[in-house]
Design a protein around this ligand. Structure first.
Ligand SMILES: CC(C)(COP(=O)(O)OP(=O)(O)OC[C@H]1O[C@@H](n2cnc3c(N)ncnc32)[C@H](O)[C@@H]1OP(=O)(O)O)[C@@H](O)C(=O)NCCC(=O)NCCS
Length: 285
């Protein structure tokens, strides 16, 4: 993938996920939507970041009709992560996706840990399982935060670039590798909350829609404090995504805030257990 491929790669992935959401839609689930112009801009900025830093992890598949598939992946220290992976609807299930993933995996050669957030697409999970990933079901909590349930929150402050080292240390402790340059990307678009006391430290990002987007902490007490702060500071209608069974503390808070619990997708891992206390991000993990 080259920088000039990013807009077309965005279309391929948007079409792929829209068709997947339509195919997998549950009766009670949200109505599938195409990406908004704002979401599209965030997606393209993030993808340019991957292409710039990890050109060897980002690939497209083309035929005489143009681009038919795309994948973005990256290496951070000893960890490999998959960011996005899609084949155009109507072209799936015909052997385009597998070599694309193989190219992305080869970028991780020598890595000790491997992470991806899988959709529920039966083709995707089949391919990840074949590639040796353990699949851990993901939950998410959604709804309107009951403001009366929010406890008094102390020892949480706004974060800044001066917290980069602290955040990378917490990343190494929870997932085995710092986010490095991804923190700079997140800092440029998202709001950062930090807690750093003598008994524990942690951080949480709120995304452009005011929803918790990534959280890491040295213990559950600090993680809980940060998640409450993120709910208090964030949007009234929220979603806490990507919750694994190893993070039951998120359910304690989600239920206390009167959110609804659902299940979607899997955290795929190789060489590691589900990080905790940690709420991963779908693309930046
Ligand atoms: C996931 C995805 C990128 C894979 O690309 P693809 O071109 O469809 O994949 P391939 O054709 O190379 O391989 C598909 C595998 O699933 C199998 N398969 C095909 N249709 C299937 C179906 N309906 N159910 C289950 N397995 C199926 C194929 O037989 C093949 O496995 P095999 O080689 O062991 O026989 C593509 O399907 C896609 O874009 N899905 C929607 C977006 C998505 O979920 N992306 C992943 C996000 S984490």
């Amino acid at each position: 993938m080259r920088p000039e491929d990013v807009p077309e790669a965005e279309r391929v992935s948007d079409e792929g996920f829209f068709e997947l959401d339509t195919r997998m839609r549950r009766q009670s689930g949200p109505v599938p939507r195409r990406r908004s112009p704002e979401h599209r801009a965030v997606w393209m900025e993030r993808t340019r970041h991957f292409v710039r830093i990890d050109p060897g992890g980002c690939w497209v598949a083309e035929d005489e009709t143009g681009m038919v598939g795309m994948v973005t992946s990256f290496r951070r220290e000893t960890l490999w992560c998959l960011a996005t992976y899609a084949v155009r609807p109507g072209r799936q299930g015909r052997g385009i996706g597998k070599p694309l993933l193989a190219a992305a995996l080869s970028h991780g050669r020598g890595a000790l840990r491997w992470m991806l957030a899988a959709s529920s697409d039966p083709r995707a999970v089949r391919i990840y399982h074949q590639a040796g990933f353990e699949l851990h079901p993901q939950m998410y909590l959604t709804g309107n935060v009951d403001r009366t349930a929010i406890p008094v929150i102390e020892k949480v402050r706004e974060g800044s670039a001066s917290d980069l080292e602290l955040m990378d240390s917490l990343d190494r402790r929870t997932r085995g590798a710092g986010h490095g340059p991804d923190h700079q990307l997140m800092l440029s678009t998202w709001r950062l909350l930090v807690s750093d006391t003598t008994t524990g430290s942690g951080y949480a990002y709120l995304d452009e829609r005011g929803r918790p987007a990534l959280l890491a902490a040295s213990n559950r007490r600090t993680a809980s404090r940060l998640l409450w702060a993120a709910l208090a500071e964030g949007a009234a209608e929220t979603t806490i995504g990507h919750v694994t069974g190893a993070n039951q503390w998120v359910l304690d808070i989600g239920f206390a805030a009167r959110l609804e619990l659902h299940q979607e997708g899997f955290l795929g891992l190789r060489g590691m257990k589900p990080p905790a206390p940690y709420v991963h991000n779908g693309a930046l993990l």
